[in-house]
Design a protein around this ligand. Structure first.
Ligand code: PHE
Length: 456
């Protein structure tokens, strides 16, 4: 095998920031806040925190350890551990190919908004027509998607050290600074503290199975689990870096940004709409792309600046995630087809651009295609297929594979190579018993929800 030529991160902080860059993304910034608003604020935060610290961290450490042990991306990694289970790698490998094109479409929306605050001003961006007009346009929406893709591809083309690591070293700290600044600013708006209280105080009556399922699905997506990303990044990591510490930092970053995102978005939306219920109802893309611009436009002179900084922060988050997705696709093609990195990247770019164009046409030329029922788009379909079907299956199989086939000790030994593994007992129980059961629950619930058996 060609391990000698494998790329690597130059430092542990480089690895941690790149993995955190992958984790922190649109999931944290638009999805998390509306879920928290919908599911009773503090109670959702609490459930999410518990799930992330147990299940999330366990799966992340498993994936990074598998990558580092085998030095391969997911297709090769599972096969190297057990010949009969190569198919598992293929399953996980499909997911980033489905997510990347549609992720770049939303990335294009964010790019457009960031630019619009500079070029057109805050008043123009406010109002729902701006959003619908833009996504349904036959030229513009494609242009911004391609621009976002180009930025992503350039970074990946520069390699793991020279591109990905460097980009994350700049974008991630900048993102944190901007997030803290915007949160501090929105909290000074009159009435915002009531919104913050709504976000933080647990409403116990909202506790429900749907809440737990919602939190679980969000956690997978947000931590970038079950799609080979952490395996690929782990394969670039040296044997000396402590895995438990890295995972705590990556997870901590992700949790922190989600928390901050809620703290800036929920109170702002609360001010605009007057109640938590109203905020919850307006969830989804409209919260970020329609409601927030309305809130910003009411900020007087600061409107343009706040809007611009906010969308720049979202743009950074989206870019670092898109970079990790593209990198994962590339390393999968590289390992799977045995091609050079350059050739693999070219093939991946061609695929992402072609798929992006097709999926984006679901908002304009092909808007009559409604794969999941009236009002749904091709993008919704890709999102459903990857997050609600394939990721839970891949996670379930990973847990069974590690817990019962290769045995937890194989992975634990890899973790211990670089430091003590204090949570080993808890991790073993998690991977063998608790996680598989929970995953089956999410899977069944998600599919049931999709077919309208209950509303989530
Ligand atoms: N974790 C990212 C987010 O929260 C999304 C993502 C999913 C990134 C899958 C990479 C892979 O937005």
């Amino acid at each position: 095998m060609e391990q000698k030529k494998r790329s690597s991160f130059s430092s542990r902080i480089g690895f941690v920031l790149a993995a955190a860059g992958s984790a922190v993304g649109l999931g944290n910034l638009w999805r998390f806040p509306y879920l928290a608003a919908r599911y009773g604020g503090g109670i959702f935060l609490l459930v999410y925190l518990i799930l992330a610290l147990t299940f999330g961290f366990s799966l992340m450490i498993t994936e990074i350890a598998i990558g580092r042990k085998t030095r391969l991306s997911c297709i090769g990694a599972y096969k190297a551990l057990d010949k009969r289970f190569g198919f598992l790698g293929w399953l996980a490998a499909f997911v980033p190919f489905i997510i990347t094109p549609y992720y770049c479409i939303i990335g294009g929306w964010v790019t457009k908004y960031t630019a619009a605050y500079v070029l057109n001003g805050a008043e123009v961006v406010a109002g729902g027509d701006f959003f619908t007009g833009f996504i349904s346009s036959n030229v513009e929406s494609y242009f911004w998607m391609l621009l976002f893709m180009a930025a992503t591809f350039i970074v990946v083309a520069k390699g793991v050290k020279g591109g990905i690591e460097k980009a994350n070293l700049v974008m991630m700290p900048a993102l944190i600074v901007m997030a803290v600044a915007i949160a501090a600013y929105t909290l000074t708006m009159p009435g915002a503290l009531d919104g913050a209280l709504y976000y933080l105080a647990p409403d116990w009556s909202k506790f429900s199975p749907e809440l737990v399922i919602g939190a679980l699905g969000q956690m997978f997506y947000s931590l970038s689990l079950a799609m080979g990303i952490m395996i690929t990044y782990g394969s670039y990591l040296d044997k000396k870096s402590s895995l438990t510490q890295s995972v705590t930092r990556i997870g901590g970053f992700d949790l922190g940004v989600s928390f901050l995102a809620g703290l800036m978005i929920v109170p702002a939306a609360f001010v605009a709409m007057g109640s938590g219920e109203a905020v919850a109802e307006k969830s989804g893309p409209s919260l970020m792309f329609v409601i927030l611009p309305d809130v910003f436009s009411g900020m007087g002179q600061a409107a343009g600046v706040v809007g611009f900084v906010f969308f720049l922060l979202v743009l950074f988050a989206a870019l670092t995630s898109a970079i990790s997705l593209t990198e994962t696709c590339t390393s999968i093609v590289q390992d799977g087809a045995g091609w050079s990195r350059k050739k693999s990247l070219c093939a991946v770019i061609a695929f992402i651009v072609a798929m992006g164009i097709i999926v984006n046409s679901g908002y304009n030329l092909l808007s009559f295609v409604e794969p999941l029922g009236a009002g749904t788009t091709l993008l919704d379909f890709c999102d459903f297929l990857s997050n609600s079907v394939m990721m839970p299956i891949a996670a379930l199989m990973t847990c069974i594979f590690v817990g019962w086939i290769i045995k937890p000790k194989t992975v634990a030994d890899e973790v211990r190579l670089s430091g003590p593994f204090r949570a080993e007992k808890m991790w073993t129980v998690m991977v063998k018993y608790i996680a598989p059961v929970l995953v089956v629950v999410i899977l069944v619930a998600y599919v049931a929800q999709q077919f309208g058996l209950f509303v989530m």
